[in-house]
Design a protein around this ligand. Structure first.
Ligand code: HEM
Length: 184
């Protein structure tokens, strides 16, 4: 049977990564700060979703990140990853509960082990939406993620969100990376 999920097939499951690293501006410290984190991700397959002649297969995902000493996650995401086998388009649509939505997209081969997705505020198809406070004070002007499937039942991501922040004259690179290993 054909693999309808293309490069997303390898991501189905439950995952955990202890070696996450975030770089962002910390309001409480007043500096750009590196925060190590623990991450848990679930990816549940679904499909097809039919838009006329388009047939998408996807993963329903949730992720959460914790600082070492804290009970509550300091970052969470809910959303979908989507794959269109006819065009090779790969999408990740998600919400960050700061009041941000992202629809990032790119292209990949069905058997790709590395792929990239990007969104820009004001972009044509792959866009970022944000609340009015963030648009004025800490606007997410672009988002780019590279995903690598490592072949040993782990996968990794590196992502950069460029922020135009009231505190800085130049855009700040807010970065996150982690490697996730399968827990079920
Ligand atoms: C693994 C993923 C991520 C983690 C762990 C993370 C974590 C953080 C942390 C720790 C801060 C600093 C908060 C503070 O101390 O003031 C922050 C700020 C921010 N993040 Fe993220 N972030 C992630 C992904 C994203 C993404 C994907 C976006 C948008 C596309 C985003 C948008 C923002 C914005 C706009 C701020 C600035 C808020 C402000 O300064 O008022 N983040 N993030």
């Amino acid at each position: 049977m054909a693999n309808e999920w293309g490069p997303l097939q390898a991501l189905v499951g439950e995952w955990q990564g202890e070696g996450g690293m975030d770089r962002s501006f910390s309001h409480s410290r007043g500096v750009v700060f590196d925060t190590p984190y623990l991450e848990k991700v679930t990816m549940k397959p679904f499909g097809p979703v039919d838009n006329g002649s388009q047939h998408l297969y996807g993963l329903d995902y949730k992720s959460a990140m914790w600082r070492e000493s804290e009970d509550n996650p300091f970052h969470t995401e809910v959303g979908y990853w989507l794959w269109d086998a006819a065009t090779g388009e790969i999408l990740r649509g998600f919400v960050v509960p700061r009041g941000i939505t992202v629809l990032a997209g790119g292209t990949a081969a069905a058997d790709a082990t590395s792929f990239r997705m990007r969104a820009d505020v004001g972009g044509k198809n792959y866009v970022i939406g944000e609340n009015t406070y963030l648009a004025a004070k800490a606007s997410s002007i672009s988002y780019e993620v590279t995903v690598t499937i490592n072949g040993d039942d782990t996968w990794s991501y590196e992502e950069t969100t460029m922020l135009r922040m009231a505190e800085f004259a130049e855009p700040l690179a807010h970065t996150d990376r982690n490697t996730l290993h399968r827990v079920s």
